[in-house]
Design a protein around this ligand. Structure first.
Ligand code: NI
Length: 265
């Protein structure tokens, strides 16, 4: 019951090591996807985590109007049953296959919602650009949609081999430091090599900390609900920190809510 139901075959491990990403057709069951959809929709409908700064809009400065890319960090903190899913068990087993004995206990989870028709793009970035500049991170990010995805609904795109790059210069989306999300300063040398991964509901992509990735706007008539898990190996301290001036410049209303909440507790 509590053991994983899938692991990666040797050719899949080889492909991940070579490309820095992988798409797999199923990481959990249809029954579990049905259950997760109910939880997912409630968390966004009730704006769970907003006051804590855990729910926010990635793509706008939240000054007004509708969220076009709502996110919820750590949903399992609000719904503990999310920690006991086949998705988590299978992802943990795969992360252990890739990261080996260095795999740290626990994981981070996040829900990224691209509403039908108006969901905005998540521009090209490396997850490492968000992280502490003193470390070299080794992470595996699982991205599982609760809806069948297509290029039109905002499926994942990756640049093969980009996991071997170091952190490239980033900036806040649109150059606006009140926006939470980051984008690559200049995606032009990389974007032409992108591979789209339109996985079905309950399928999954995985990528490494430095892999360049992107999802387009949702111009379809259906929502694109994604649920991500990040597993980490112990990060390695760099001899010289990178200069992540794009993070120092940030001042978002999400951060203000989080600071406010810290003061109260
Ligand atoms: Ni990312």
């Amino acid at each position: 019951m509590n053991s994983p139901t899938i692991t990666l075959a040797p050719y899949e491990l080889e492909s991940f090591a070579h490309n820095g990403f992988l798409a797999i057709p199923a990481i959990t069951s249809h029954e579990e996807i049905d259950e997760l959809r109910v939880i997912y929709d409630r968390l966004f409908r009730e704006r769970i985590g907003w006051e804590d700064g855990n729910q926010f809009d990635l793509a706008t400065d939240e000054a007004g109007g509708m969220a076009t890319l709502p996110q919820l960090i750590n949903p399992s903190r609000y719904v503990p049953q999310l920690a006991d899913t086949r998705y988590v068990r299978n992802a943990a087993a795969i992360a252990r296959q890739i990261l080996g004995e260095d795999l740290e206990q626990g994981y981070r989870d996040q829900m990224i919602f691209k509403p039908a028709v108006r969901g905005s793009a998540t521009p090209w970035h490396q997850d490492q650009a968000y992280h502490a500049p003193e470390y070299r991170y080794r992470t595996i990010n699982f991205w599982m949609p609760l809806d069948d995805t297509s290029v039109a609904s905002g499926c994942m795109h990756f640049v093969p081999g980009s996991h071997r790059l170091d952190v490239l210069p980033h900036r806040s989306i649109g150059g606006n430091p009140s926006v939470h999300g980051l984008e690559l300063d200049n995606p032009d040398p990389y974007a032409p090599y992108a591979v789209a991964c339109p996985v079905p509901a309950g399928g999954c992509t995985l990528h490494a900390a430095y892999t360049l990735h992107y999802t387009g706007p949702n111009v379809s008539q259906s929502p694109r609900r994604a649920y991500t898990l990040v597993f980490s190996a112990t990060p390695v301290r760099r001899s010289q920190p990178i200069d992540n001036y794009w993070m120092r410049a940030k001042q978002t209303s999400r951060m203000q809510r989080e600071q406010q909440r810290r003061k109260q507790s």
